[in-house]
Write a protein that binds this ligand. Structure first.
Ligand SMILES: Cc1ncc(COP(=O)(O)O)c(C=O)c1O
Length: 337
């Protein structure tokens, strides 16, 4: 099948670029120094590529569904749920999934829920400057003591510095001061894991070496927001769309905000100006000679929610064009919670 034959909107992945991104990241953070976050692609076959090409056997997950799905795919050597959960049923499913599962905790309640469900191992999640989950560094030690009293093994700390992924001013210094918070907590907590980081801070972490594992995920497929940073990763993900209407001033393709994560802004289309997206449409101008039926490649601004809208991704070699051959189709099999 060629891309011209594909029903749209559809996810398209340049598998050569994805593989090159995995290799580049593995050079920066080899083996267990990277704990790739699978929430960015939600695809066990891509996780397998990260294992086989990048040499990574430890993974980060955002949802119990991702943990259970990774274990079922034989990728359960060491899975971290880098989110808190109080859901007894889902905690038990993770305990029973057959993989080694570590869960993030940041309160007495999440510790008690983990212990109740029979979770064996936890990381204390620490607030390193982003208002998300995570306890204050000053209480991390006391929470670790409490977790040990509840029978849990405390492997160390995690803390996500998401507010610094796009920060370009004094980038390394800001990551370093965020990591001081995590390092302080790590001394009080004990254990040997210091887990943090993302695609935007991976290079800084290679320089700083405070953390011993980096949780980057977007780097495999990339998006136009990360594309504005000077990172050593290239765009591998596109939403393939059909032009359905052309007027004198603009054109419309069938790829709207139900096919694209929009929280980081409009997508981009090479050579065009994107005006806006509505439910099923992207309206744009600037491409000469367009007719209804022409196909275009749309680059999403945010990879994670974009992938989560789709049930499969189509693999190609090289940049997408109408004559490009689809070499395989992979299920986005880790969707859901
Ligand atoms: C806990 C956690 N770790 C790491 C990341 C980094 O992911 P990315 O590489 O996609 O920026 C995220 C992204 O939101 C996250 O929530």
């Amino acid at each position: 099948m060629r891309l011209a034959d594909l029903a749209t909107p559809a996810l398209v992945v340049d598998v050569d670029v994805a593989q090159a991104n995995i290799t580049t990241m593995a050079e920066l953070h080899p083996g267990a120094r990277l704990r790739p976050h699978v929430k960015a692609h939600k695809c066990t076959l891509l996780a397998r590529m990260q294992r086989d090409v990048g040499g990574h056997r430890t993974f980060t997950c955002a949802t119990p569904r991702e943990v259970v799905g990774m274990a079922a795919a034989g990728l359960g050597d060491d899975l971290l749920l880098a989110n808190e959960t109080l859901d007894d049923g889902r905690l038990r499913k993770m305990v029973e999934c057959g993989g080694r599962v570590t869960v993030a905790v940041d309160s007495r309640d999440t510790i008690e829920a983990a212990a109740r469900a029979g979770v064996g191992e936890v990381l204390v999640d620490v607030d390193v400057g982003l208002p998300r989950c995570g306890c204050g560094p000053e209480v991390a030690g006391a929470l670790a003591d409490r977790a040990r009293q509840a029978g849990l093994v405390v492997r160390g700390v995690m803390g996500y510095e998401g507010h610094l992924q796009m920060e370009t001013d004094d980038h390394v210094a800001k990551v370093a001061s965020s990591m001081e918070l995590l390092q302080r907590a790590a001394l009080d907590v004990g254990g040997d894991v210091i887990s943090t980081g993302g695609t935007g801070t991976a290079v800084a972490h290679a320089e700083l070496s405070v953390a011993n594992e980096v949780q980057a995920g977007s780097y495999v497929l990339m998006d136009s927001q990360y594309g504005t940073r000077d990172l050593p990763f290239r765009q591998a993900l596109f939403v393939w769309a059909t032009v359905i209407s052309v007027s004198e001033r603009y054109a419309v393709a069938d790829c709207g905000l139900k096919a694209l994560g929009m929280d980081h802004g409009n997508p981009t289309i090479a050579g065009a100006q994107v005006w806006f997206c509505s439910d099923e449409h992207v309206t744009f101008s600037g491409l000469a000679g367009l007719r209804p039926g022409h196909r275009i490649a749309v680059v999403p601004a945010h990879v994670d929610p974009t992938v989560a809208y789709h049930d499969r991704m189509h693999l190609v070699h090289g940049p997408p064009g109408a004559d490009t051959e689809v070499v395989d189709t992979w299920e986005v099999d880790l969707r859901g919670w």
